[in-house]
Design a protein around this ligand. Sequence first.
Ligand code: PLP
Length: 345
Amino acid sequence: MIEDWNNASSEYLPSVQLANKIKEDRRIICDFIDCSTGKLFFTSGATESINTVLSLQNLELNGIDTVISSKLEHHATLERLEHLTKSDIKIQYVHNDQYGRLNLEHLNKLCSENQNAMISLLSVNNETGVISDIKSATEIAHNHNAKIHIDAVQALGKIPFSLDDLEVDYASFSGHKIGSMKGVGLLFAEEPKKLAPLINGGGQEKKVRPGTYNFSAIHSLRLAVEDIDFERNAKIEEMRNEFEKNLLQINEKISINGLDAPRVYNTSNIYLGGISSQEVMFNLSSKEIFTSTGSACSSGTMEPSHVIQNMGFDRDYARSCLRLSFGEIVDIDLLTNELIKAISN
Ligand code: PLP
């Protein structure tokens, strides 16, 4: 930050050098997610990327009159869709099962009933870690001439994937989920010329996303990408599976949400058998074990996870669900003991 403080869009030498560094950062990130450098743009994060794709101006530019999404999406998408209900855009939701898997037959039906649609789906659910079958969803979309956008925030670095292979039209990513600085993300567009910018300004990012480059954040994203280690992730997955197996054996009231679906390596969404997950979260926190409940604060009250509820469970069940995300190998015996103690308190 001290050395590279110049404006990458200026003409003097240090700026040109900085622009070259950004070029290299983009190339490395594009190599990792397998897309061409002309199709990937830096944004402030996934919220911005999602809002760009699902903006009224972008939908209009692409002749879209229906958005097909899922009730299991992140709030960045759900809130955007809520705003779209005030326009003429029709919103449809694809069904899912109790493990959070999308009902692809229903998606096919919705696509055949709605011409000029944009599909917007999570590739990995942030609360349960359940992986969606994006390849099949994309085939369905394209068979019906629909466009498809994926919120790939939780997929980046967690599952190997190639944008070239997936063939989606748009993808949104966030840097901080893989350890970059906060406030940087990515937007992939298969046809950048048909992407309406959310904001207007200078000529940066081919006018798709104008504004002075946040070099430090962009560079940190490249460094975070270079740090991704799938072998390490596989070891964490083994540990997570062992932890879940032990937990299920110790307490028969406990269950794991999404257990029967393909999941990413680091997430464990646990039903605590009816005990309030908020209380367990606070108890664990005093032991420096930091978990989350997936609840959202709406009108001053804690609303239990919309994801768990939309998987078909009631509010009481959702209130008893705790999410653990493993960033590294931990002592699972200690964790299991503390969790069982916190439940019994
Ligand atoms: N989508 C998912 C699945 C997320 O987990 C997040 C962040 O938590 C977002 C979107 C929003 O990303 P950002 O915070 O970079 O705007």
